[in-house]
Design a binder for this molecule. Structure first.
Ligand code: AMP
Length: 148
């Protein structure tokens, strides 16, 4: 990557890269796991953000976590999923970003996660940054530097 492209990427902020909240599929922390699984299957995503009724970020729920919960001793017991709320099973220890963070901050966090949630001062949910968006920028910079 040429110096200029590198600097351009470093100057990009999370708010320039994120998918804003109104376009992000999410579930509520009080929803049953059955509903969360439906949302995940219908959207095709393997995980989505979990919000509380005040639209604050609480965690991330994944298909894997839900299926682990449904697994009984010998078989899946899907009827369990209607009694367990999402907040009992979701991942709470996930990193977040602020809109003011940089492209590089997002890049580092996305090494271990397919998406990172963007939150405000009081954990209000602003959106997500995805690996796809970051890789698109890296690919663009690479091709621009090759054509110089
Ligand atoms: P991508 O890098 O586009 O493959 O997205 C990585 C992950 O981000 C997906 O597997 C989903 O878990 C999540 N994701 C991407 N777009 C959305 C969206 N519009 N709503 C909810 N989750 C999303």
């Amino acid at each position: 990557m040429l110096q200029m492209e590198r600097e351009q990427n470093e100057m990009l902020l999370v708010e320039d890269l994120m998918i804003s909240s109104e376009k992000v599929a999410h579930v509520q922390s009080g929803n049953p796991l059955e509903h969360a699984l439906l949302v995940l299957i219908k959207t095709g995503y393997s995980s989505v953000p979990v919000l509380n009724p005040h639209f604050q970020f609480e965690g991330v729920i994944s298909k894997t976590k839900i299926l682990e919960e449904a697994l009984g001793l010998e078989q899946f017991e899907m009827n369990r999923l209607s009694d367990i709320p999402v907040h009992k099973v979701m991942d709470k220890e996930v990193p977040c970003l602020k809109k003011e963070h940089t492209f590089i901050d997002a890049l580092h966090k996305l090494i271990d996660h397919p998406f990172i949630c963007v939150t405000g001062e009081n954990r209000e949910f602003d959106g997500i940054v995805t690996r796809r968006e970051i890789l698109k920028n890296v690919s663009k910079s690479y091709h621009e530097s090759k054509n110089k």
